[in-house]
Ligand binder design. Structure first.
Ligand code: ADP
Ligand code: MG
Length: 332
């Protein structure tokens, strides 16, 4: 885990806001210990030597990987996982290749297009370039970072209706986030999340939906950074997630099959969550794939596993076993 997120031993008396940042780290550690495992937190930010030392000293059976950046760079998490593989230490969650493919949203969409998996039409705008929208993209468009996650940089202003606003928002992504920009057609529809677990045999978790029950009608219903992380704002606009209802069985099956295809197309392993939009006329679009999704107890992934009959310890157990059984190249 990131060294800033190593949880305190005791969180008694802390409220949800105070524990939000390290909720996953805390819950996983507690969960593992509750199951009788000997679990040690290892906080990292920029020193791989700590991993080497921990492996030598503790001789762990498996690393429960909760790291999301290294040197402050989000996409460097995959290199740390590569290091674990080079050290021949089994780890939970996604392999380096899957992490690399899924974190590059542009590349990911190119791969999905090759497999004829429906994803919003898009254009990439590299840093320093002005957007030149040639391929008949229709406004409204949504502008986001080509690599960042957790809705970083996604706000209501990310949905643009004119070239002027498009140029402005692309510049925002370039300058404020320091990454290439991804411009996509904005898909009006229901916001769905689908968990997938597995290495070769895959299981999908019940389809989960984000509802915006008190969002004013003129505001796009999207999961902005505020929607995801600001507890007061969540209450204000009535953000809630729950098992999706009113989806016909045939469509549910299509969604599950689609999510498994995405998982395989991107070489994912361990566990992941697919973000989808479903339009009123039944079209499904894949927004992105999230390997190693947010795993706090009581949050979407864990809740959807719960709905499928897996309580939190059972989910952690499953994830551990997938990590232990993953056939990394050194094992064959
Ligand atoms: N093309 C799109 N059409 C509609 N909404 C979108 C689109 N792209 C992103 N969003 C909204 O923004 C949220 C975050 O985008 P996403 O691609 O999942 O990035 P992140 O990695 O930050 O989660 C989505 O959950 C969705 O609500
Ligand atoms: Mg997302």
């Amino acid at each position: 885990m990131h060294e800033d997120l190593v949880p305190p031993d005791d969180i008694e008396g802390m409220d949800d806001k105070e524990t939000l940042d390290f909720a996953t780290e805390y819950d996983v550690l507690e969960g593992l210990r509750y199951m009788g495992h000997e679990a040690q937190p290892l906080g990292l930010s920029d020193n791989l030597g700590k991993v080497r030392e921990a492996i030598a000293e503790l001789k762990p059976h498996v690393a429960f990987n909760l790291l999301e950046e290294f040197h402050g760079v989000a996409v460097y998490d995959q290199h740390v996982v590569s290091y674990l593989e080079l050290m021949k230490l089994p780890y939970t969650g996604c392999n380096p290749r899957g992490l690399m493919l899924a974190h590059d949203k542009g590349l990911c969409k190119q791969i999905l297009s090759y497999h004829r998996i429906s994803t919003p039409k898009f254009a990439l705008v590299p840093q320093g370039r002005r957007p030149r929208i040639r391929r008949g993209l229709q406004y409204p468009l949504l502008v986001k970072s080509a690599i960042e996650e957790a809705s970083l940089g996604i706000a209501q202003a990310s949905v643009v209706h004119s070239e002027e606003k498009l140029v402005e928002r692309v510049r925002f992504v370039h300058e404020q986030l320091g990454t290439d920009a991804l411009v996509e057609e904005y898909i009006e529809g229901r916001e769905l999340y689908v968990g997938v677990l597995g290495n070769s045999r895959l299981v999908t978790l019940p389809v989960w939906e984000m509802l915006f029950t008190k969002m004013p009608d003129n505001v796009p219903r999207i999961a902005t950074a505020k929607v995801k992380w600001d507890l007061d704002y969540q209450a204000k606009v009535g953000v809630r997630t729950q098992a999706a209802t009113n989806i016909p069985d045939a469509l549910l099956q299509r969604i599950q099959k689609l999510c498994k295809r995405v998982y395989r197309a991107l070489s994912l392993s361990g566990y992941a969550r697919m973000d989808l939009r479903l339009t009123d006329d039944g079209r499904i679009y894949v927004l992105e794939a999230n390997p190693n999704p947010y795993l706090a107890d009581g949050e979407d992934f864990a809740e959807s596993a719960h709905k499928a009959g897996m309580d939190y310890p059972a989910l952690l157990h499953r994830i551990l076993n997938l990590g232990l059984s993953y056939k990394a190249a050194w094992r064959v």
